[in-house]
Design a protein around this ligand. Structure first.
Ligand code: DGT
Ligand code: CA
Ligand code: CA
Ligand code: ZN
Length: 588
């Protein structure tokens, strides 16, 4: 598949894309054993197009494709077709003529048709995932014509490719891991099962999914694993480690560990690598040796433990360190001095302060959202539909606010003591003023403010704009302060340090938005904000009732940011929350 390139800023935007397409055609022709002249013609054309300064789209528009060196009538027609339709029938046809999978192998940079074919013929490999696994097991270099150096390079290229395209959101990886774990834990041979690696650390994105099982009967566990209903492909099957590809193309690695070694293996495979390295150095200084098999006395070789993680940290003279902290960011020192934070837990949340309904761009009714929040055991929830200028999200008019307020009053009578708070997600305009007048803002119980436009403003301007908004005494929460979308868009160029400083001054809470593609602010900034004395709030920003549960990712981010219950606004009881939001107002 040809990927659309990012816009590089230069003018010759699609030249590389077209050159890649022509090279892929040449690769396929080569696999088919077509005439070397035709193959060379495609490569020549590709080479000239890639070197051109002028954008090929402009040349095509003038009908001058054939003026490009190496481009004859037939290639020109193909380029024109592709530029016009985004597809090329000839290329699709060629792909269908070669063995399925070989075309996929060719997407690995530096893997040419000759080697791809040799790999297919020797090992039957037809996917990039299988190829990576074979390279890791050094099976490729056993093929004549492939040296170890090439094997290493192929693996590095695949890893880079995956880094670019395949880091998964925690919100995708964690449910997949939990589904597998849920199915496997029913087997008697499975004594314990835990997701490990970056999932257990609740990192916002995940490279691959690692699961550990404690069992004395590994064969049974592996049999069960590779025949799970979601398995599309078994990438590797071994006595203690297997890898599968799921139907949604997620790679899951499963390791079976002897129960006596489970703690040390879980510790090792949870990582992070940086945490493990630092830990091992401390072990060495204490005359201990730490490995995935246990913790040992270096001098006598005696095994001191390894069945549980707690035991390992204890023998090292450390408090047990929650996985979310294991990034070598000071947690080991804190554990040695017995001053690890008591991290916030999901059960500490008493309510949600950022929720949408079908009054704006949510899909569930207000009543449905409220009932779902009650089921989660919350005491309160703020309804924060979008404000008037955000017409794409059907922002609420002044009349709609009043009408929604009446509905909320009615439902509050029905659902008491649960409390629906009248809220808004008010849009911060380009100049930092807000979408509703102060008198309107004062009528809400909770005002949250967000930027939805003008991301391209200069750093100073966007910073001033946000600061102006949070200086408005009616604003209680600044939503998704960085505006980033993972994999899609970096945050706005805001001076967050300056914003946090003002938020501390004004008492404005900073949101950890729990949408899996936001997690904004992130772990590092959450920790910084806390250090600076800010208060945070963990919100779902739910647009339907199922998304209320997203707060588990927000809590993960908060824990990675060393936050405790006292640092988070929506751990307050309803009374205390209302008193904090409106110190002057009489209790409702
Ligand atoms: P990911 O998958 O990129 O999101 O990140 P992780 O942390 O899950 O990394 P992964 O899957 O490569 O390995 C899982 C854990 O295994 C890792 O967190 C720590 C441990 N580990 C892997 N390679 C090494 C290593 O070279 N040295 C040490 N000390 N530990 C390692
Ligand atoms: Ca991993
Ligand atoms: Ca892994
Ligand atoms: Zn929102």
């Amino acid at each position: 598949m040809i990927r659309t390139p990012h816009i590089f800023g230069g003018r010759a935007i699609r030249n590389k894309e077209i050159a890649d397409l022509l090279n892929k055609i040449a690769d396929l022709l080569e696999i088919k054993g077509e005439s070397p002249y035709r193959i060379r013609a495609y490569r020549e054309a590709a080479r000239h197009i890639e070197a051109m300064a002028e954008d090929i789209t402009a040349i095509a528009e003038r009908g001058r494709l054939q003026n490009i060196p190496g481009v004859g009538e037939s290639i020109a027609a193909k380029i024109a077709e592709y530029l016009k339709t985004g597809q090329l029938a000839y290329y699709e046809e060629l792909k269908s003529q070669v063995i399925p999978g070989l075309a996929e192998l060719l997407t690995v940079p530096g893997l040419g048709p000759r080697r791809a074919q040799a790999i297919y013929e020797n090992l039957g490999i037809t996917s990039v995932a299988q190829l990576a696994e074979a390279a890791r097991q050094h099976k490729l270099s056993k093929i004549p014509g492939i040296r170890e150096k090439t094997e290493d390079r192929i693996l590095r290229e695949i890893e880079r490719l995956q880094e670019r395209t395949h880091r998964l959101l925690l919100g995708v990886a964690l449910p997949a891991a939990e589904e597998v774990a849920g199915l496997l834990e029913r087997y008697l041979a499975v004594e314990r099962i835990d997701p490990a690696g970056s999932i257990r650390r609740m990192k916002e994105t995940i490279g691959d999914i690692d699961i550990l099982v404690a069992s004395t009967r590994p064969t049974e566990v592996m049999d069960a694993f590779v025949s799970l209903p979601m398995v599309k492909e078994v990438l590797a099957r071994g006595p203690t480690k297997s890898s599968i590809l799921t139907r949604s193309n997620l790679q899951i690695d499963l390791r079976v560990i002897k129960p006596a070694e489970y703690g040390s293996a879980l510790q090792y495979f949870t990582g992070s690598k940086e945490h493990n390295i630092a830990l091992r150095e401390i072990a060495i200084r204490k005359g201990l040796k730490l490995s995935e098999y246990g913790i040992f006395d270096t001098r006598t070789g005696k095994r001191l433990g390894g069945e549980s993680e707690e035991e390992i940290y204890r023998i090292m003279g450390l408090q047990w360190i929650p996985p979310e902290l294991r990034e070598n960011r000071g947690e080991i020192e804190a554990a040695a001095e017995g001053r690890l934070p008591k991290l916030i837990e999901i059960g500490d949340l008493r309510g949600d302060l950022h929720v949408h309904t079908n009054w704006s761009d949510g899909t569930d009714s207000l009543k449905t959202m409220v009932e779902a929040a009650r089921e989660l055991g919350y005491e309160y929830m703020a309804i924060t539909d979008h404000s008037i200028s955000l017409s794409v999200a059907r922002g609420l008019s002044l009349e709609a606010i009043v009408e929604q307020g009446r509905l909320i009053d009615r439902l509050n009578q029905k659902y008491a003591p649960f409390r629906i708070l009248r809220g808004t997600e008010v849009n911060i305009r380009g100049d930092g003023t807000l979408d509703y007048a102060d008198a309107v803002l004062r009528s809400f119980d909770v005002v949250t403010a967000s930027i939805h436009t003008g991301f391209g403003q200069f750093r100073e301007k966007i910073t001033d704009r946000i600061i102006r908004a949070i200086r408005n005494p009616n604003v209680d929460v600044l939503n998704h302060p960085r505006g980033r979308l993972l994999d899609k868009r970096p945050g706005y160029g805001v001076d967050l340090e300056a914003v946090i400083k003002v938020a501390v001054e004004t008492g404005t809470a900073l949101e950890i938005n729990s949408q899996p593609d936001r997690l904004d602010i992130d772990d590092v900034w959450a920790r910084r904000a806390k250090e600076m004395g800010a208060i945070l709030v963990i919100d779902s920003d739910a647009h339907n009732k199922d998304q209320l549960r997203f707060v588990k990712y927000g809590v993960g981010t908060a824990r990675r940011g060393w936050l405790e219950k006292k640092d988070v606004l929506n751990t307050l009881s309803l009374d205390r929350l209302l008193r904090r939001l409106h110190p002057g107002r009489a209790a409702a």
